[in-house]
Ligand binder design. Structure first.
Ligand SMILES: Nc1nc2c(c(=O)[nH]1)N=C([C@H](O)[C@@H](O)CO)CN2
Length: 118
């Protein structure tokens, strides 16, 4: 399977981090999400029901992150990957990148990237 649907730079404020100030104040998180799913049926039909909506995935992951409180970016990445695989049987593999853009003054962003398969 080589078809990929992606969401790039999905941003939202979240409680995430191990430092005292990060436990108190939301900071911006940026996520890249990619998932493999066969898009050939949707390409032919033009019907959103024949594919996995990136808008719906973005909404679910944003909701997960904003309703929870995370210590590590690793945990948010893992929970997001499991949520996506459990919610959509048509998705075979998911890649999640969780980045914090405001941590190191001399880096554009820090974070993790994981790949999970059902
Ligand atoms: N591998 C990780 N390293 C670090 C994390 C993390 O989530 N994963 N978090 C922090 C702090 O919360 C940082 O954002 C502020 O000091 C440090 N390293």
């Amino acid at each position: 399977m080589s078809d990929t649907v992606f969401i790039h730079d999905l941003q939202f404020p979240a409680i995430i981090g191990i430092m005292d100030h990060e436990r108190l104040q939301r900071q911006t998180v940026s996520m890249d999400i990619e998932f493999t799913t066969d898009i050939s049926k949707a390409a032919a039909s033009g019907n959103i029901e024949d594919t996995v909506s990136y808008a719906e995935v973005a909404e679910r992951v944003t909701e997960l992150a904003q309703n929870g409180e995370y210590l590590l970016v690793e945990s948010l990445a893992e929970d997001s990957a499991q949520l996506i695989l459990q919610s959509y049987s048509a998705i075979e593999q998911v890649t999640i990148k969780v980045a914090k853009p405001d941590i190191l003054p001399n880096a554009g962003a820090v974070g993790v990237k994981i790949e999970r398969r059902r």
